[in-house]
Design a protein around this ligand. Structure first.
Ligand code: C5J
Length: 239
């Protein structure tokens, strides 16, 4: 067990059972012409976390620890997109409309993919999710249970929407969650700050927060080797 300095108090990272969860680092949220842009947001804000998140991802890869990428998306016929989601927002383009990067938030379209800097590699799991939370209508929990994962390091965008929803879902399911402060971002800086404070309030009612440097230091102290690997290098699973 390694103690990571965190808020509201140290996060105890076990030697096994840890996974990195990267939420929705997709072109649809980070690039002009995607879903985030269509809703009127300044998407350039989200780019700032990419180098730090990449560093954390590389550390997980180096230690051969499990990595899960999520993608918010819908089937081409939008059968998994309820009217309440489809009609919300009154943006320039709706989910399913053709945009400069293909159909907005539709699975398989160029704009729906993960940004190239963080593209999944063989052995990492991709979870396609129709909702904001990564547990809703996905097999994420089955994947986590199969691999005896108990501790989740949570990253990605946007902090107060898909990241926070996923962290709350995970917390209710008994996972010990740490939100990596400089590996998550929002279109609204005040919402990011509020989310960090909310999740760690009341003695960590939803979990912990810590900067990436503290997590990286903890991983270095672990000294995990390939023998502890929980990766199936033959398969990148898609859920
Ligand atoms: C949103 C997300 N904001 N990934 N999705 O619609 O946070």
């Amino acid at each position: 067990m390694i103690s990571i300095p965190a808020n509201p108090y140290s996060y105890e990272l076990p030697l096994t059972g840890v996974a990195l969860i990267i939420i929705d680092m997709q072109r649809d949220f980070l690039e002009p012409g995607g879903f985030g842009d269509a809703l009127g947001n300044d998407v350039s804000r989200l780019q700032a976390i990419v180098p730090t998140l990449k560093q954390l991802l590389e550390a997980f890869r180096q230690h051969r620890l499990p990595v899960f990428h999520t993608i918010e998306c819908h089937q081409p016929d939008l059968s998994d997109c309820p009217p309440a989601k489809l009609n919300r927002g009154k943006g320039a383009l709706k989910i399913g409309d053709p945009g400069p990067m293909g159909r907005i938030l539709v699975k398989g379209e160029p704009g729906n993919g993960i940004i190239p800097e963080l593209a999944p590699v063989l052995g990492e799991t991709i979870i396609h999710k129709p909702g904001k939370g990564a547990f809703y209508n996905t097999n994420l929990e089955t994947h986590l249970q199969q691999r005896n994962i108990t501790h989740l390091l949570i990253t990605g965008v946007t902090t107060e929407v898909c990241v926070q929803t996923t962290m709350r879902e995970a917390n209710d399911r008994g996972y010990e969650c740490l939100l990596v402060e400089d590996c998550t971002e929002s279109y609204f800086p005040e919402f990011k700050q509020a989310t960090l404070e909310m999740v760690r309030a009341q003695g960590g009612i939803v979990g912990w927060t810590a900067p990436a440097a503290a997590v990286l230091q903890g991983l270095a102290e672990m000294g995990w080797g390939a023998a502890d690997a929980d990766l199936d290098l033959a398969n990148t699973s898609v859920g």
